[in-house]
Write a protein that binds this ligand. Structure first.
Ligand SMILES: Cc1ncc(COP(=O)(O)O)c(C=O)c1O
Length: 560
């Protein structure tokens, strides 16, 4: 078997297994296809196009023999355990010139369509189909998640922030002639190239509406969408993909629960417990619900460090408590709340619990089964994914017992003018056409984060937080707001003699992006006697040098 025969005759470097990092001689199967290439290349009449076609067949053979596109691409061997086995490409794709990066498999439809179901009509029970379920096709891993773009997500054996930074093109930007320092991560995070590429790939090769069509692209997009759902399931350790509902973000997820379960369940006199730390997104929907149902809001106080007063919380709980809704991490102060304890105490009085994970997903490993929360919500854009996509996790029985909040196409099994039969979760909560591409991009973002590892991220960020806390402590007149013992990488502060907006603008002139304002958390800032703070918030791609630049800029401000 000669590898030269293939590599010398192919025009597209993507098609050259050696260039792609593969080592054909090390691979045993599939001999048939390789022999064919050898024979043809020895024939003086051979045609490069035909050879290219055969090379494509080889690639597909390699994939079918589960040799792993990632290995052919030359991804670091220590990643292989993280790259699921690659499915065979569809017969329709055989012979087509690949226009996608080598490691992106052409999707094989493994998920089929519900059109037929819609014609099987009467007397279906209220919950029938399980659209979130992936169909097992022999030889195809139903849990396969397409690797973002073929671009390797390097997983350093130790955490190397400089390598990580190369994955984020925007970090090369200059602002006001200075290198961008992105310290506004609590507002939104930057996106790795893998996520950007995944979106491009989706729109270039997979774009279609999902679930309802008998054509190849619908199957590709459905596979990609449902694979993303499975990725979210794994990320949260939910017990079923049916528990993962794609929404617009945390705000929409909370509204969904308030306007479906809340309106269905709450009555006058019932109580909803929130904490003083909440973002407006976890206050206003409950306030509206209370106004509509006659339920009452109860607020758990915090101490002067911004920590939940658990004893006070316990006193607020009683048989009227129907819901406890709270943040896992405070966006304004960085406090990490004792989520497991809060959840367990709520369950003892029979209350349901919604955990707002907007600020925790990118910093703390999440296990919804271990936490035991009834709902968990987060936004994709805060965990290195696209905007306009987020997730509501809910326990499956609870979701299926809850009336949908929006209705229309996609969420039904059957419609007559007399009545409608709803789908089971998750589809019953995904009325209309969802944000398919960004859901797929979110899946890639979560894969990216998991490849680095949330424990690694948490450790690095903790070190950075301690470094930044010490640095800010050297600035005379700087008051840090939020000094909980257990904190994520948020550093809210005010500086004596300076308006917060002025500080924000001054830092912007140095290329440093921070948030200056009330952070949509007015109640907690007022608890500390403030209307606004400056809020640098860190992520794993930030460095100590950037923290030094922030501290130096604040020092300069004081001497101007
Ligand atoms: C704790 C918390 N909850 C909810 C939200 C709302 O998130 P989104 O605007 O992505 O819906 C945020 C956003 O900053 C937040 O920090």
């Amino acid at each position: 078997m000669s590898t030269n025969t293939t590599s010398t005759t192919m025009t597209n470097p993507e098609l050259i297994p050696e260039k792609a990092g593969g080592n054909l001689t090390a691979l045993s199967p599939p001999t048939t296809a390789l022999t064919e290439v050898e024979n043809i290349s020895l024939n003086p009449l051979f045609q490069p196009d035909l050879l290219e076609h055969l090379a494509q067949t080889i690639i597909q053979e390699l994939q079918r023999h589960d040799l792993g596109a990632s290995r052919a691409k030359g991804l670091s061997p220590d990643r292989d355990d993280l790259v699921p086995s690659t499915p065979a490409t569809s017969p329709a794709a055989v012979g087509e010139r690949p226009t996608v990066p080598f490691a992106v498999p052409l999707a094989t439809p493994s998920f089929y369509f519900i059109e037929e179901l819609e014609t099987k009509i009467p007397d279906l029970p209220a919950v029938v189909a399980k659209p979130g379920q992936l169909v097992q096709v022999p030889g195809i891993d139903p849990l396969f998640v397409p690797q973002a773009s073929g671009r390797s997500v390097q997983r350093p054996s130790f955490f190397d922030v400089h390598t990580i930074r190369q994955d984020f093109p925007i970090l090369q930007e200059r602002v006001n002639g200075k290198p961008l320092i992105w310290f506004d991560n609590a507002a939104t995070t930057q996106k790795p190239q893998a996520v950007i590429d995944r979106l491009v790939h989706f729109y270039s090769h997979e774009n279609s509406n999902v679930h309802r069509a008998a054509h190849e692209l619908a199957a590709r997009s459905t596979d990609a969408y449902e694979a993303a759902r499975e990725t979210v399931r794994r990320f949260l350790n939910a017990s079923s993909a049916n528990e993962i509902i794609f929404v617009r973000g945390t705000t929409e997820g909370i509204n969904l629960v308030a306007k479906s379960w809340g309106q269905q369940t709450l009555q006058a006199g019932d109580e909803i417990v929130l904490t003083h730390l909440e973002h407006h997104a976890n206050i206003v929907p409950w306030q509206q619900l209370a106004a509509q149902t006659g339920a009452k809001l109860r607020v758990v106080p915090v101490d002067d460090h911004g920590q939940i007063l658990l004893a006070e919380y316990q006193q607020l709980l009683n048989s009227r408590t129907k819901l406890v809704a709270f943040s896992h991490v405070s966006n304004a102060l960085g406090t990490i709340t004792p989520a497991k304890q809060i959840i367990d105490l709520a369950h003892r009085v029979g209350a349901k619990v919604l955990l707002d994970g907007a600020q925790s997903v990118s910093h703390i490993p999440i296990d919804v089964q271990q936490l035991g929360c009834d709902w968990f919500v987060f936004s994709g854009h805060k965990v290195f994914g696209p905007t306009g996509i987020g997730v509501l996790y809910g326990q499956e029985d609870l979701l299926n017992a809850t009336v949908p909040w929006q209705s229309g196409g996609n969420m039904i099994v059957d419609v007559t003018f007399e009545r409608t039969v709803y789908q089971a979760a998750p589809t019953r909560f995904e009325a209309g056409t969802g944000n398919i591409a960004d859901a797929v991009g979110l899946g890639t973002a979560l894969d990216y984060v998991q490849q680095i590892g949330l424990t690694t991220i948490a450790n690095y960020e903790h070190e950075l937080l301690e470094y930044a806390t010490a640095g800010l402590a050297t600035i005379p007149g700087l008051r840090l707001i939020g000094t909980a013992a257990d904190k994520a990488a948020v550093l809210s502060f005010v500086l004596e003699g300076f308006d917060v907006e002025f500080i924000g603008q001054a830092l912007n002139r140095e290329g440093i992006a921070v948030r200056a304002g009330h952070h949509c958390a007015q109640p907690i800032l007022r608890r500390f006697g403030l209307e606004a703070t400056v809020r640098p918030s860190l992520a794993f791609y930030n460095t100590k040098a950037e923290v030094d630049a922030l501290v130096a800029a604040l020092e300069r401000l004081q001497h101007e």
